[in-house]
Design a protein around this ligand. Structure first.
Ligand code: PLP
Length: 635
């Protein structure tokens, strides 16, 4: 074991300075800390927080939300745009709207709206339920509401009523077919609508969500539909209702070049529309897409980004400014719909390790030399094990693989017994481990042997569901930083992959962040007898809860909202208790009382038949009812 390991080694190994800046670090106790407030040195020790919560009965898996991080991200984005607007002398304003779909949790949206007031934050709704939430939460006089998504007359009518509440509401036409509905409803209600157009740009994003743009994208109007819209609005005497041009080229745009290209096209479209008489058009809404550097590599890899928030703001503003100045049109007010960049950082999922599965023999001293009576295949495997050296590692590996294959065939034909087969299996893994140890650090390692780290990695069984808490890790192979939240002053010695609680072979995490590529294993500590070992998955605040599902009926985890208080004390603002078993069962139409009645009937029958005693029946019913009211995860 490396005795000289320090917290600096952990900072480097888990790349905390890369993805965690400026919020996460490690203290002298070796615990992960969060410094959630900009310009404040107050910190929260995450391990101590978990220990305190456990004493209060709030157990992992647990989602911690740092309210101050939400505030800080809103402020940072606003300040980046303010800076370049000032530096470049851009002649209009910037506002950001938070797309509710990115995190619809009430406490999150309320916190954003409350704090966002200081930074003119508005909301974006993409559906009727989101619209109704936004109408209730937005402040009346300065609220900005952007309405996207499929619309019917109900949606349009409700959005127009929002305008009557004093909320500036822009109905963005996502499809050409929405135009006649907007005109008809606005006329019927006698409300002048603020209309936006979502353009299908030819410029494409780069990354996983590239399908959001281009000619075949699901939403947006083609150039021809845009000019037809203008003609219709002119004919209706409503061209002064056209106030906003919108585009969205996808989420997590990894390269700044894609953003610049889209901005150029959109800026020309804006100027073009003004040149054909849309003089009330004075807003450009650049959609979402501002990425998050999940792996800290600052590259155009799908879980990263090759630009900073400031560069993003600079390019949006400067491209717009340059093209407007060149053509001679006024600078439009800029709106962005960044969701991921505002909320990803604020949430951390903490879960405990329930057990570890190691391959092969744990102690090499336990390996026994075969006797003359043993089958030759066991002798061959033992030879391979004994002979491993730096020079013949590949040869020994080949011999071991051959012996293993032979043993399987011999076992299937009844030639060797179960005990011999087990011995051979153990020796195989011991040989592989020996080869890995011998070749580690060598300049050249043959490809076959390079796979050994992954092959030999331990499986850490963890108390969470990938499908419920980080579904993108499964659905699109998205990488999230994952690391222990304590013992960071000790060297991690085990290469591991993580398996969740579901009975699904996809319910695992075997890809981890790396600066150059993707790591196939995560280095962790050996859990200690009688002590909990906690891991954290970071930057999970965007999309994950919303997309999470009830695979195997694992429900929402417990969640808490914390802020920093005086000094290094934390304030527990909200505790949202996770789903109980009966709650998740009710989502799939089971009724708790009906289930209890059925089990009670069966227990009564068993008592009547003399199969169980009264006391056993009472015990059974107590456990069953407690189970229904309990947490869906292991406690
Ligand atoms: N706006 C629209 C229209 C979207 O579809 C999305 C999500 O894909 C967003 C904004 C938010 O994008 P992001 O979270 O990448 O900022």
């Amino acid at each position: 074991m490396n005795q000289n390991w320090t917290i600096h080694d952990s900072l480097e190994h888990y790349l905390i300075g890369r993805w965690g800046q400026p919020y996460f670090s490690i203290n002298n106790k070796g615990n992960l800390i969060c410094q959630p407030k900009l310009n404040s040195t107050s910190t929260i020790d995450i391990k101590e927080l978990i220990d305190d919560l456990k004493k209060r009965g709030i157990k992992p898996p647990l989602l911690i939300r740092f309210n101050d991080i939400l505030n800080a991200q809103v402020k940072s984005l606003y300040q980046c745009f303010q800076k370049c607007i000032k530096d470049y002398k851009y002649n209009a304003t910037y506002r950001s709207v938070m797309p509710i779909k990115v995190n619809q949790q009430r406490h999150v949206v309320e916190q954003l709206v409350e704090h966002g007031q200081h930074f003119n934050l508005g909301l974006e709704a993409g559906s009727k339920p989101e619209l109704l939430v936004a109408m209730a939460l937005l402040k009346k006089d300065n609220g900005l509401l952007i309405c996207n998504g499929y619309k019917d007359e109900d949606y349009i009518e409700t959005a127009l009523h929002a305008e009557r509440l004093g909320i500036k509401t822009i109905l963005v036409l996502d499809r050409f077919a929405e135009l006649p509905m907007v005109i008809a409803v606005a006329k019927r209600l006698g409300i002048k609508p603020r209309i936006g157009l979502r353009a299908k740009l030819a410029a494409r994003g780069k990354g996983r969500w590239v399908e959001s743009s281009g000619d075949r994208s699901k939403f947006g109007l083609s150039i021809r539909e845009i000019t037809q819209t203008v003609e219709i609005l002119k004919a209706e005497g409503m061209v002064d209702c056209l106030n906003l041009l919108h585009f969205h080229i996808g989420s997590q745009i990894t390269t700044i070049r894609s953003i610049k290209n889209a901005m150029r096209e959109a800026a020309h479209l804006y100027c073009g529309l003004r040149s054909i008489g849309c003089t009330a058009l004075d807003h450009i809404d650049v959609g979402g897409g501002l990425a998050v550097d999940y792996d800290g590599s600052q590259t155009n890899f799908h879980s990263s980004m090759n630009y900073s928030m400031q560069e993003y703001a600079n390019d949006v503003v400067s491209v717009m400014q340059d093209i407007c100045d060149e053509i001679g049109e006024p600078h439009p007010h800029i709106i962005s719909e960044s969701g991921r960049a505002l909320v990803a950082h604020h949430a951390v999922l903490i879960f405990d390790v329930l057990g570890v599965n190691e391959l092969g023999v744990k102690d090499e001293a336990l390996i026994i030399k075969p006797t003359d009576d043993d089958h030759t295949v066991l002798h061959s495997m033992y030879e391979a094990y004994l002979n491993v050296s730096a020079k013949n590692a590949q040869e020994c590996f080949n011999d071991a693989v051959t012996a293993k294959e032979e043993s399987v065939a011999l076992f299937s034909h009844g030639v060797i017994d179960i005990e011999t087969r087990a011995q051979i299996d153990e020796l195989f893994w011991a040989t592989c481990k020996k080869i890995l140890k011998t070749t580690q650090g060598q300049n050249y390692v043959p490809e076959d042997l390079n796979k050994l780290t992954k092959m030999l990695s331990d499986t850490y069984y963890c108390n969470f569901s990938v499908f419920q808490s980080i579904p993108d890790a499964w659905a699109v192979g998205h990488l999230f930083p994952i690391m222990p939240i304590h013992r960071l002053n000790e060297a991690p010695t085990q290469e591991a992959i993580l398996a969740d609680l579901t009975c699904d072979s996809d319910g695992k995490i075997d890809q981890f962040i790396d600066l150059r590529d993707v790591k196939r294993t995560l280095r962790l500590h050996k859990p200690q007898e009688g002590e909990s070992y906690y891991l954290g998955a970071f930057l999970v605040g965007a999309y994950q809860e919303t997309l999470g599902d009830l695979h195997n009926l694992f429900g929402d985890t417990n969640a808490i909202h914390v802020s920093v208080g005086e000094g290094d004390r934390y304030l527990l603002e909200n505790v949202v208790v996770g789903d109980t078993v009966s709650e998740v069962l009710s989502y799939v139409e089971y009724d708790r009382l009906d289930l209890v009645r059925r089990v009670r009937d069966s227990a009564e029958l068993a008592v009547r038949r003399g199969e169980i005693s009264f006391e056993q029946s009472a015990e059974l019913m107590k456990r069953y009812e407690e189970g229904l009211l309990g947490y869906t995860y292991l406690v």
